[in-house]
Design a protein around this ligand. Sequence first.
Ligand SMILES: Nc1ncnc2c1ncn2[C@@H]1O[C@H](COP(=O)(O)OP(=O)(O)OP(=O)(O)O)[C@@H](O)[C@H]1O
Ligand SMILES: [Mg+2]
Length: 243
Amino acid sequence: MSTPVIRFDKVSKSFARTRVLRDVGFDVEPGQAFGLAGVNGAGKTTLIKCMLDFCAVDHGNIELFGVSHREPRSRARLAFLPERFLPPYYLTGRDFLSFMLALQGQAYRADEVGAMLDALDLESDALARPVRAYSKGMTQKLGLAACFLSGRDLFVLDEPMSGLDPKARACVKGLLAGVLQRGATLFFTSHALSDVEEVCDRMVILHQGVPYYAGAPRALCHHYGEESMERAFLRCIEAPLNG
Ligand SMILES: Nc1ncnc2c1ncn2[C@@H]1O[C@H](COP(=O)(O)OP(=O)(O)OP(=O)(O)O)[C@@H](O)[C@H]1O
Ligand SMILES: [Mg+2]
């Protein structure tokens, strides 16, 4: 068996007396499109922050590509889009992308950047403007452009569709299909269950810091005897654990 790209093993995390993650354990396999769903406050972003070693776990282990998440090299192959992506306001879009590419040891190639902006439906004039003059959706597209230009093997995207119009959402799905086709792995959070169903071959529903469901998105409907993902999701989180 191949080494999982991400392994969560009995991960627990509390903030003060609030237990946010409780013995969370699951694997993300190479090439998988993996969706993490859950209500507001379920612990999705906290799980990602633990994975990236932005905060310490209380118990348990996390591995990326078989390397402990405590080691910086474990993150060398991933691109990350945070939940609230806010590039430094004084940079232009071009500055931001060129700094991000330089950090990754990559050259800024105007043709590649132009093609990426096209693919995300972001007008190329935006490159010369400071990011403080961007709309919310434009800012999100810039962050996504930086991720996709990285050419990395693992994409960790916390609500990548947030703030995007329907055309841009379709664009992002096209780009996600492209990275999956070249063998990269996708781990993303979303409140849009239709996106999870469309993009992912596996999902986890995290509820009150516990995985309530792990499996194929379509199988969720089957499991709860519901037609819609929303109904099945509600049944899942309302059911007693393991019920
Ligand atoms: N730094 C922190 N200090 C204290 N509590 C925190 C901190 N970060 C998160 N929490 C708490 O942890 C819980 C989970 O938050 P988290 O951001 O992981 O949820 P989420 O599933 O990503 O929600 P959303 O869908 O709204 O993004 C919430 O109750 C939140 O208040
Ligand atoms: Mg979140």
